[in-house]
Design a protein around this ligand. Structure first.
Ligand code: MRU
Length: 358
């Protein structure tokens, strides 16, 4: 039987000048595949979380920029770049916290600059953009698999694992980041038990993570966000894996709101807390977590969404940041495609980028 894992999170449909995504706002009740054609449709899909999760947003942005430039009529390289930068800035304004969005857009722009050559050949430049956007997607799958292999070294058969939000296949193009060790453990026949925080207010844990892990046949248990301390206290959790939207140069990590609370409780109960991060999510230009722009979202997500009637008094003030920052001292390890980084993270991250760029 076809499950949610058999659908592509993000795909390019070149012949229709479209990006195809699963509309994640409808999950798990309905699997609906939609196509995005215009800049506004792509912007809205990212803002509304029809496509979400840092790597998946990056892949969507790459495909989006290619498609938006595919029919450019620019006569000179300068005109082409001006148009490209305008479209890139627009897509980049859809969500502020996940660095993969600007990372993918900058990578597309840099690739155009590198490959353009001295005489401007528009068709060739557009072909290069297509190839680069497909590479971003292919690399995402490879990187997630490698994060899974590195994460697997941190767990064993029979472990109980906790995760927060959705850093699963639905947030990437395959495997997920935080879920990659879980999928690989399951592939090996290990009996792991995964606990998913429901993740208020948008319920990514309940609607997405529990859905995909349960569909894969993994032993999955859902809990409300305020239950993880009592669960950790029982000793049921051997390790926690979460994704992230941006890791600062000192190892502070922004992820879905509630992550830092989980990390704080994990410290209290001596449960290892791992942040899974492709190097595309590490932002060496952001010094610390204090420098990360945290997205604030609409109050209705807290007061009304998912309820059959409003559950808060009209006019009450609402605090609704979409992400929080986990201080680096609460993080046991950062699992990247190159290995598991350990504190001091400023040094580990610097060395990783030096090696990667060598
Ligand atoms: O608001 P969302 O659903 O896009 O938030 C997603 C997360 O916080 C994920 O954990 C993060 O993007 C990593 S996805 C591999």
């Amino acid at each position: 039987m076809k499950t949610i894992l058999d659908y592509e999170t993000v795909a390019l449909v070149d012949e229709d000048d479209a990006i195809e995504i699963i509309d994640q706002t409808l999950l798990p009740g309905r699997i609906e595949i939609i196509r995005l054609h215009t800049a506004k449709e792509i912007w809205d899909a990212i803002y509304l979380l029809q496509v979400r999760g840092a790597p998946a947003i990056g892949v969507t942005a790459g495909f989006g920029l290619y498609l938006l430039m595919k029919h450019s009529q620019a006569g000179t390289f300068e005109e082409f770049m001006k148009e490209l930068r305008e479209k890139s800035d627009y897509l980049n304004s859809s969500r502020p916290t996940a660095v993969n969005l600007s990372w993918a857009l900058k990578r597309m722009e840099a690739h155009v600059v590198e490959t353009a050559g001295s005489s401007f050949d528009r068709a060739a430049v557009i072909d290069e953009m297509r190839a680069e956007s497909e590479r971003i997607k292919a690399e995402d799958i490879d990187v997630c698999r490698r994060i899974g292999e590195n994460g697997l070294t941190l767990i064993k058969d029979g472990d109980g694992l906790l995760t927060h939000c959705n850093a699963g296949q639905l947030a990437t193009c395959k495997y997920g980041t935080a879920t990659a060790p879980m999928y690989l453990a399951h592939e090996k026949g290990w009996n792991i038990k995964v606990y998913c925080d429901e993740t208020r207010p948008l319920l990514q844990g309940a609607r997405l993570t529990a859905f995909e892990l349960h569909s894969a046949g993994i032993d999955t248990t859902l809990l409300c966000d305020n239950m993880s301390a009592s669960l950790m206290k029982t000793g049921a959790i051997n390790a926690i894996f979460v994704g992230c939207d941006r890791v600062a140069a000192n190892g502070d990590a922004a992820n879905k709101i509630g992550t830092s609370m989980v990390a704080t409780v994990a410290k209290r109960y001596n449960v290892p807390f791992y942040v899974c991060a492709p190097t595309s999510t590490i932002d060496i230009n952001t010094a610390t977590g204090n420098d990360i722009n945290i997205e604030q979202r609409k109050s209705e997500e807290v007061t009304e969404m998912w309820y059959s009637e409003r559950m808060a008094p009209e006019g009450v003030k609402v605090y609704n940041p979409a992400f929080d920052v986990t201080d680096n001292e609460l993080i046991t390890g950062i699992v990247t495609e190159y290995g598991v980084l350990r504190a001091p993270y400023d040094k580990a991250i610097k060395e990783l980028f030096e090696k990667k760029n060598a």
